[in-house]
Design a binder for this molecule. Sequence first.
Ligand code: NAP
Length: 371
Amino acid sequence: MAKVGFIGWRGMVGSVLMERMRAENDFKGFDAIFASTSQIGQNGPDVGLPVRPLENAYDMEKLLDMDIIVTCQGSDYTKKMYPQLRGNGWIGYWIDAASALRMEDDATIVLDPVNLDVIKQSLETGIKNYIGGNCTVSLMLMAMAGLFKKGLIEWVTSMTYQAASGAGAKNMRELVSQMDVIAKSCDRLLDHPESAIEEIDRNVITRMRHDAFPTAQFGAALAGSLIPWIDSPMPSGQTREEWKGYAETNKILKTKIPIPIDGICVRIGAMRCHSQALTIKLKKNVPLEEIKSYIAGANDWVRVIDDNKADTLKYLTPAAVTGTLDVPVGRIRKLNMGPEYLTCFTVGDQLLWGAAEPVRRILKIVLDHIG
Ligand code: NAP
């Protein structure tokens, strides 16, 4: 029976992965070994199997014994342990949610509803590293797979509205704390509908600009505001998050001629759903109904939302999509610029399709492959 080591299972991505694996009854047909970098000897997770004490995630002998390692621990762990493992002759499969190995030649970025052909080819050619993609890229590809598959896309620009969870658990907490401070700055006034809105507004902005406003994680107010910068600067003038759009999309699709993709990535005060407004230059003028049928037919999770206010409010918001695998695409229409210019808006849970789900699914694919 294959031995599968799970590292980083109690973090944000890892715990969503555990939840999904339990829900899908995935913990069967292999020996699951759980490890930690900090909780060694404590109880592992309850996955419906006898609970065993946690192994040391830095124990090289233990790791060398694994057929598959699934890690959601982060890039620092990958950079420390992966080269040592391979250096010690380990030939197992490395499945990773972190970005460290994504762009390596011997790694495939996984999003099987979109690139199962690339994954299968990689398995056949002996590739052993399978890495989850950037959340924004994966969600955009889930939404637009139908148009990519049809070869209709000349270029894409994506303007993103990204959730706090993409920055980590501490950032999610900070967003809620910021909301709490803002609400408390005017709660007495909110109880009185006749109170002056200028006073509420002044109280809010005064509190948001105060030194005591909680900004240790984001470095700025996110609640009641937004932050048009995600990750580190690149020499191109893009942020790293923006750079990934082009680099990862073309790697996931294994395009022969790279498709230009660029835009501005913005952090907003959503908890765990990323949204994106896409502008797409099509290679030719395709009727809107045909476009919608390509989008809707691409996979089991994408849903075309009728372009009206009621459906948009009901189905096309982070509040509606959080915790589901749905990838709604709405506001689909041609732009004034011409019949080849398309716009749409899409939302997705970045901890599911953006992180844990592709990792869950590639584990099953690899297990099937090795029999
Ligand atoms: P995380 O929540 O910080 O968890 C990482 C590790 O931190 C845990 O496995 C755990 O390891 C340790 N940890 C320390 N204190 C903890 C606590 N109080 N609760 C839970 N765990 C704690 O990291 P993450 O956001 O899941 O991200 C993991 C990797 O996935 C990163 O490389 C990230 O870039 C990538 N990723 C993240 C997202 C996202 O949306 N967050 C999306 C795609 C990819 P020990 O048990 O060893 O202590």
